[in-house]
Design a protein around this ligand. Structure first.
Ligand code: EPZ
Length: 420
């Protein structure tokens, strides 16, 4: 396994270019199962989860050709309707092939994804919605078996919780259902709108993506289309925090500032100076940061995927901040590692009270999930001395060449084999 070795204390400066959004690329790849034509996807991020989803599609019979950030996907006939556990266990987003498979081929066998470091991650809302559309669902030996005689039927579906991949899974299934489907209390993330834009180019009839009511009128089949993946708003936020936490000045280019409003508001409240352009954001620390409270919420609220990164920043801000994680039940694991670096943080239920310290100290720490890895690297950039973040395979799931991009901004970051 590899670790990331960071020499802290260097101010970052320069420009970093944002890659395509992992959480848009994954459902969009899964949605290629919905039709025969060839789909050409550009601005695809070079991250491991996208490779894993490509493997799942290939296992199902798709032809996937890649050339740098361009993916060409086509699927004339399915070879299998089963997404095996050995692939699903490495990436729970594989569950998003469920809706398209049942909608187009009438059956699917997808391994139950199981939990992960940040929570139980159930998919009960995905399954209940498919049942409402006429699918028979049974769970056997850790697999979801779903099948429908004929086509899925349009239905009115109310999601008890705003679920991002649940909304995406059912929106995809509804594209080929008989009749109209209305999703209420749908998630509103920009990646859902990007998926809807791609599906509409292919002939799907979708209204309301990006709001909490999405209406889909089923059509017989979808054709191929070309699409450029929307920039990654979480990668954007991660580099903005990198600029601020090091007291530097960073320009984040090829991003969507309009998808980052909640984070930008919090950075401004903390005293960061921001200059927002159409597709770029310039940030500088603007003196000692002030502690601010953060509460994660479904979009357009403060993103849970930026909670750990913001906590690293608050660990060296002036004053105390309360960081409440309301989306996942155990997404505070990074607190224990930040404490190893001298952070003053107390966990009280689902929130953490962070009291800023003058300086963090570099230390060997362990990543537990994708965004916790980013948090520890950000803390290492600001800390005194050397920080070794182990298990960086978590990082490679969702950040394209993070070490190279940080080095390009003047950071001293090295990737090396873990000491046994
Ligand atoms: C998506 O996960 C993202 N992943 C996550 O990003 C992100 O943290 C999350 O949305 C929240 O924004 C992808 O898009 C691939 P949810 P998802 O369903 O869809 C509960 C990252 O770092 N729930 O919106 O799995 C669930 O337990 C990853 O890039 C049910 O109870 O999240 C959670 O508490 C991490 N039953 C809440 O809803 C269900 O059937 C929101 O989960 C579905 C969800």
């Amino acid at each position: 396994m590899e670790c990331m070795v960071i020499q802290g204390g260097r101010r970052l400066a320069g420009e970093v270019r944002i890659s395509g959004a992992k959480n848009a690329a994954l459902p969009i790849l899964a949605s290629t199962l919905l039709g025969k034509g060839t789909c050409t996807l550009t601005n695809m991020p070079a991250v491991r989860d996208v490779v894993t989803m490509s493997k799942v599609l290939a296992h199902l019979g798709a032809r996937v050709e890649t050339e740098q950030d361009r993916y060409t996907v086509s699927l004339d006939a399915i070879a299998s309707c089963e997404a095996p556990y050995d692939l699903v266990k490495t990436m729970r987003a594989s569950v998003m092939v469920l809706g398209p498979l049942v909608a187009r081929w009438g059956e699917a066998v997808v391994a139950l994804p199981g939990g992960c470091a940040i929570g139980a991650r159930p998919i009960n809302l995905h399954l209940a919605a498919l049942e409402k559309m006429g699918a028979e669902i049974r769970i056997e030996h850790g697999n979801v078996h779903a099948r429908v005689r004929g086509r899925l039927k349009g239905a009115r579906i109310y999601f008890d919780l705003q679920t991002v991949t649940g909304t995406e899974n059912i929106m995809m299934a509804a594209c080929l259902a008989e009749g109209t489907t209305v999703l209420e209390n749908a998630a509103r993330e920009p990646e859902i709108s990007d998926l809807a834009n791609f599906l509409s180019k292919r002939g799907a009839r979708i209204q309301g993506a990006g709001t909490d009511v999405i209406t889909i009128e089923g059509v017989p089949e979808l054709r191929g289309a070309d699409h450029e993946i929307v920039p990654d708003r979480i990668e954007t936020g991660t580099y903005l925090v990198a600029g601020v936490i090091t007291g530097g000045e960073v320009r984040v280019a090829r991003c969507r500032p309009d998808h980052c409003e909640a984070l930008l508001a919090k950075l401004r409240e903390a005293g960061a100076e921001l200059k927002v352009e159409k597709e770029a954001i310039q940030v500088r620390a603007g003196g000692k940061l002030k502690a601010v409270d953060v509460k994660t919420l479904p979009y357009p609220g403060f993103p849970t995927d930026m909670q750990a990164q913001m906590m690293a920043l608050m660990a060296i801000a002036r004053g105390s901040s309360v960081i409440a994680e309301t989306v996942f039940e155990s997404r505070l694991i990074h607190v224990l590692e930040l404490q190893r670096m001298g952070a003053d943080i107390k966990i009280e239920g689902h929130h953490a009270v962070v009291t800023g310290v003058e300086r963090l100290g570099g230390a060997p720490v362990m990543a537990s999930d994708l965004r916790a890895s980013a948090c520890l690297i950000l803390a290492g950039l600001a800390a005194e001395g050397e920080t070794r973040v182990s298990r960086v395979y978590h990082l490679d799931r969702g950040y394209e060449r993070l070490d190279a991009k940080l080095t390009g901004l003047g950071a001293q970051v090295l990737r090396e084999a873990e000491r046994t």
